[in-house]
Design a protein around this ligand. Structure first.
Ligand code: HEM
Length: 306
C-alpha cells in the first residue's frame, strides 16, 4: 500500500482539476470499488467514495467515529479547534460559533462585509501558496494578536464603539481566553480558505456557461463540481461493521465528498458542469448526494457550522 510511513498519501493528495476525483481515486475505485483500503497520513485507512458509507459515518459521529485530523494540522488549527475537539467541549465551542454565525447572518452589515471580503479575496488570488510551517507561524502571530485585542477589550468601557464579532464571542462569559482565540481563528481560517476557493470557481464555471442565469443553481453546481473540501478525516473508535466490511478500531476513515459528487450512478455525466440537474432532480435526492458541508441536519451531534 505505497511507500513506508507516507503510504499512498502523495498519490492521494496529488493536485488535479477540481471537476474530477483525480487519477488516484479514479484508478483505485475502478480496481477495488468505491470503498477501499489504503495507508494514508501515517495510518491504515478506509477510503470511501460511497454515498451510503459516507452517510453512515456522518450519522454515527462521536458514536462510532471521531474527527481525526493528522498531527501536523493540530499545530495549524490549534488544540481547541472545532475540528480537533470532541464531546462536551466541541458542543460548547460550536454553540458559540453557531450562535455568532447565525446572528451575524441576519444583520445588514453582514452583506456589506461579505461583499468587501469577496472583493479582497479576488485581489488575493495573485498571492502565492504558503507551506505548512509558514501557516503555523502565521497562526501563532494571529493568535497572539487576538490575545492582545482580548486583553485590551477587557479594560475598555462598553458602548464606546460599534460591537463587532469579538465582542459577541467575549460576551459568552463561560469561555477561557484560549477557547475564545480558537473560535475566532476557526471562523477566520474556516471561512477564508473555503470562500477564496469557491468564489473563483463560481466565476470560472459561469465564464464557461454564459447562458446560465440561475445563480443559485450555479452556486450549488459549483459546490458539487468544485469540491472546496474534498474529504474529511475520521477514525473508527471501535470495530465497525458496515455491510460486508469490517472497519477495525483505530483505522482512519476518509469519507471523500468529491467521490460521491462524481459518482456516475448518482449524477449523470458527473464531470459536466450542469446547473440544470438541480431542477431536473428532486431536492431530497440532491441533498443526499451533494454534501459539500458534510451534513446539514441540525440534530446531528456534529452538525453544520458553516
Ligand atoms: C464553500 C464554503 C465552505 C465549505 C465547502 C465548507 C466545508 C466544511 C466541511 C466539509 C466541514 C466539516 C469538517 C469536518 O467535520 O471534518 C466544515 C466545518 C467547519 N466550517 Fe466550513 N465550509 C465552508 C465555509 C465556511 C465558512 C464561511 C466558515 C466560517 C464563517 C466555516 C467555518 C467552519 C467551522 C468553524 C467548522 C467546524 C465545525 C464543527 O466541527 O462543528 N466554513 N466546513
Amino acid at each position: 500500500m505505497g511507500w513506508p510511513i507516507c503510504g499512498q498519501s502523495l498519490a492521494f493528495l496529488k493536485p488535479h482539476s477540481s471537476n474530477s476525483m483525480g487519477t488516484f481515486l479514479q484508478k483505485q475505485c475502478s480496481k477495488y470499488g468505491r470503498i477501499f483500503k489504503s495507508h494514508l497520513f501515517g495510518s491504515p485507512a478506509i477510503v470511501s467514495c460511497d454515498q451510503e458509507l459516507n452517510m453512515f459515518v456522518l450519522q454515527n459521529e462521536e458514536k462510532l467515529f471521531l474527527a481525526s485530523y493528522p498531527k501536523p494540522m493540530h499545530g495549524i488549527l490549534g488544540k481547541y479547534s472545532l475540528l480537533i475537539v470532541s464531546g462536551e467541549l466541541h458542543k460548547k465551542l460550536r454553540n458559540v460559533a453557531v450562535s455568532f454565525i447565525g446572528s451575524s447572518k441576519s444583520t445588514p452589515a453582514f452583506l456589506r462585509f461579505v461583499e468587501k471580503l469577496a472583493l479582497s479575496m479576488m485581489e488575493s488570488w495573485k498571492q502565492h501558496k504558503r507551506d505548512c510551517e509558514e501557516i503555523r507561524k502565521a497562526r501563532a502571530r494571529l493568535s497572539s494578536t487576538v490575545r492582545d485585542i482580548i486583553k485590551q477589550r477587557k479594560t475598555e468601557k462598553p458602548g464606546l464603539r460599534e460591537e463587532d464579532f469579538l465582542d459577541v464571542i467575549l460576551s459568552k462569559q463561560s469561555l477561557r481566553d484560549a477557547e475564545t482565540v480558537s473560535i475566532v481563528l476557526d471562523i477566520l481560517l474556516g471561512g477564508y480558505e473555503t470562500t477564496t476557493t469557491l468564489i473563483p470557481l463560481i466565476v470560472y464555471f459561469l465564464a464557461h456557461s454564459p447562458n446560465v442565469y440561475q445563480r443559485l443553481k450555479v452556486i450549488s453546481e459549483s459546490m458539487r463540481c468544485g469540491n472546496v473540501v474534498k474529504f474529511v478525516h475520521r477514525e473508527a473508535i471501535r470495530d465497525v461493521k458496515f455491510k460486508d466490511y469490517v472497519i477495525p478500531s483505530g483505522w482512519k476513515v476518509l469519507p471523500v465528498l468529491a467521490g460521491v459528487h462524481f459518482d456516475p450512478s448518482l449524477h449523470e455525466n458527473p464531470s459536466e458542469f450542469n446547473p440544470r440537474r438541480w431542477s431536473n432532480n428532486d431536492k431530497a435526492t440532491m441533498s443526499k448526494t451533494v454534501m459539500p458541508f458534510w451534513g446539514r441536519t441540525a440534530t446531528l451531534p456534529r452538525r453544520r457550522t458553516c
